[in-house]
Design a protein around this ligand. Structure first.
Ligand SMILES: Nc1nc2c(c(=O)[nH]1)N[C@H]1C(S)=C(S)[C@@H](COP(=O)(O)O)O[C@H]1N2
Ligand SMILES: [Mo]
Length: 251
């Protein structure tokens, strides 16, 4: 792991947040999360600001075989047509509680402010993999669209159904504005230096590095800003959330 210059120091069982305390005075400051052994997840949540960066890794630490999970080959007819054409006709729709709804091609997204990061993916099923991601910063896309003051959550609607049928319930999930504007939250179009593979969510998947894997929507079709998700799906904010997973999956 790259040693962050401003890091959480653990000395004799006590946790010192370096740089993180500056966040209290300046919300634009960033600090890096170093997981503290002996601290429960609850205690970590209590001491580590949600804007802190997730740890980043070196090229050498990239997993040889990054696992693919959930859908790996969407059956959706529209998706298959887009895929057959190399996603040239793909448009990402950004709408809902925004001043300027957007419809962005892959080329448009690649022209937006980007970030590259090597991070560890943490699936609730108990496996992790390290990968390198490049994508458009979600914060820049949301600023371009202009969130209305009552927007509280960002919904991600996907092409795939987990039962892999044409009319199955589509995958979806949501994050709040703290995660949406987090510096490492990306609409990723590249993985390990190549176009995002189909099994990992082509053409666009979310990277929200302070969240568990099920929050990182693959095969994104539409992004919607909402005030509440009570009226969407079964009302819990996502496909897995509707089936009992916690809405907040922060790590
Ligand atoms: N659209 C969609 N997004 C998804 C899933 C899915 O089945 N469909 N699975 C989720 C889960 S549980 C995990 S762990 C990650 C897996 O991403 P990967 O296939 O790149 O490892 O994607 C998440 N996003
Ligand atoms: Mo997962």
């Amino acid at each position: 792991m790259i040693r962050p210059d401003r890091r959480l120091l653990i000395l004799g069982g006590a946790a010192f947040l370096s740089g993180c305390d500056a966040l209290v005075r300046n919300p634009q400051a960033t600090c890096t999360v170093k997981k503290a052994e002996g601290l429960t997840r609850g205690a970590q949540r209590a001491v580590i600001p949600r804007t802190a960066l997730a740890p980043e890794y070196t090229e050498r630490e990239i997993s040889k075989n990054f696992r693919a999970n959930g859908s790996i080959d969407p059956a959706d007819r529209e998706y298959r047509a887009l895929r057959a054409n190399g996603f040239r006709d793909y448009r990402l729709v950004v709408d809902g509680l925004v001043e300027r709804p957007l419809s962005l091609s892959l080329a448009d997204l690649k022209r937006r402010p980007s970030r590259t990061q090597i991070t560890k993916h943490d699936c609730v099923e108990g496996w992790t993999s390290i990968g390198k991601w490049k994508g458009a910063r979600l914060s820049a896309i949301l600023d371009e669209a202009g969130l209305k003051p009552n927007a509280k959550y960002i919904m991600f609607y996907c092409f795939d159904a987990l039962d892999q049928t044409e009319d199955g319930e589509r995958y979806y999930t949501s994050i709040d504005l703290v995660d949406a504007f987090h510096a490492q939250t990306l609409l990723a179009y590249e993985m390990n230096g190549r176009p995002l593979p189909i099994k990992h969510g082509a053409p666009i998947r979310l990277r929200a590095e302070r969240q568990l894997g099920y929050k990182m929507a693959k095969y994104i079709k539409r992004i919607e800003a909402v005030e509440s998700f009570a009226h969407i799906g079964k009302g819990k904010g996502g496909y897995w959330e509707d089936r009992g997973y916690e809405w907040y999956a922060g790590i």
